[in-house]
Write a protein that binds this ligand. Structure first.
Ligand code: NAD
Ligand code: UDP
Length: 338
């Protein structure tokens, strides 16, 4: 019998031995990355035990060095493509390169991380009876022909394009999560993260906000891909982490739930805002649009509002002020060393 027919109310099934609010031992895979390191900070502040696991492909020790030596923080260098035995109450699975430049560097490794790695992390959750939150992505919607994107839209993804190692990998990861949930009663949560930015995003990782700010601070031209009229909706990292933790700590919804900021901007508007905040004389340099680059992206966050009571607090302008201050520090440190 089809298991999906056996369990029609899959979205209401919840099993956990852990109660939200208890002090927990929490595994953060990808914990030395941009979002993972902010999550580790919030969990330590809340009083949890945190195990940060990372293979340091795109993660950086400097993101978590302030936590090293903390009595409730532990760092493990490990690759989720290999199984690991640990005892934990919750798992946030963030391990996966997120920038197109990074995930296209070794596409087969990217797929392995989202498939073999996902199986390993789900297996760990099953053995420990831990709740697991999967950091999925708006990329599961591909180059969407429905706008804004709601969770019940199935997407428009090229399975053999340059972004497919990431998009299809994350789609399979969601499939694995749902099947472990239905078949093995693993307590799963899935969020779909839309473009998120902030301090600690690798200055060299090629994403648009880090590129534009670093270019503007150095006085280099801002590299606008295509005509710059494609849109994205940018969420500040603190808002994202708050939504992620609310999703983990509620008992009624498996997901997927979109987490992002619905304020939508063209890349030209983004460039102008960054240039005006930095008061930079940088010009714009138009470069070819990469293959399969989505033309528009904006989350419908009605479900997150309803289920989590969550809405983003930061306007793009406000988040950029904090982000630019971070990158200014990076550029000043570079100048001191040169
Ligand atoms: P990031 O590249 O800064 O962080 C990813 C971390 O995972 C890095 O520390 C990296 O070293 C680690 N990692 C990668 N492969 C691994 C493996 N096989 N084993 C162990 N560690 C591994 O990216 P981020 O922006 O912090 O993204 C975190 C998660 O959120 C990712 O899963 C990403 O797909 C998802 N996400 C992020 C965004 C965003 O805009 N930032 C949007 C959608 C989804
Ligand atoms: N982009 C750009 N210049 C850059 C980097 C990116 O114009 O230097 C564009 C890119 O083509 C895309 C948008 O900015 O349309 C967002 O790119 P990013 O890599 O940050 O994220 P994603 O495409 O995965 O949403």
């Amino acid at each position: 019998m089809n298991p999906w027919q056996k369990t029609p109310k899959i979205f209401l099934y919840v099993s956990t031995s852990f109660r939200a609010g208890d002090m927990a031992t929490i595994l953060v895979t990808g914990g030395a990355g941009f979002l993972g390191s902010h999550l580790c900070d919030r969990l330590i502040e809340r009083g949890d035990e945190v195990i940060c696991l990372d293979n340091f492909f795109t993660g950086r020790k400097e993101n978590i060095e302030h936590l090293l030596g903390h009595p409730r923080f532990e760092l493990i260098r490990h690759d989720i493509v290999e199984p690991i035995l640990l005892e934990v109450d919750q798992i946030y699975n963030l391990a996966c390169p997120a920038s197109p430049k990074a995930y296209q560097y070794n596409p087969i490794k990217t797929i392995k991380t989202s498939t073999v790695g996902m199986v390993n992390v789900l297996g760990l959750a099953k053995r420990c009876r831990a709740r697991i939150l999967q950091a999925s992505t708006s990329e599961v919607y591909g180059d969407p022909d429905v706008h804004p994107q709601r969770e019940d839209y199935w997407g428009h993804v090229n399975p053999i394009g340059p972004r497919s190692c990431y998009d299809e990998g994350k789609r399979v990861a969601e499939t694995l999560c749902m099947n472990y949930h239905i078949e093995n009663k693993v307590d799963v949560r899935i969020i779909r993260i839309f473009n998120t930015y902030g301090p600690r995003m690798d200055p060299n990782d090629g994403r648009v906000i880090s590129n534009f700010i670093m270019q503007a601070l150095r006085g280099d031209p801002l590299t606008v891909f295509g005509d710059g009229r494609q849109t994205r909706s940018f969420c500040y990292c603190d808002d994202l982490i708050a939504g992620m933790m609310k999703m983990m700590d509620q008992n009624t919804e498996v997901g997927p739930v979109n987490i992002g900021n619905p304020d939508e901007f063209t890349m030209l508007e983004l460039a102008q805002e960054i240039l005006s905040q930095i008061d930079s004389k940088s010009t714009l340099k138009f470069e070819p649009l990469p293959g399969d680059d989505p033309k528009q992206r904006c989350p419908d966050i009605a479900k997150a509002k309803r289920i989590l009571g969550w809405t983003p607090q930061y306007k793009l302008k406000e988040g950029l002020v904090k982000t630019i201050a971070y990158y200014r520090g990076v550029v000043e440190a570079e100048q001191r060393l040169s």
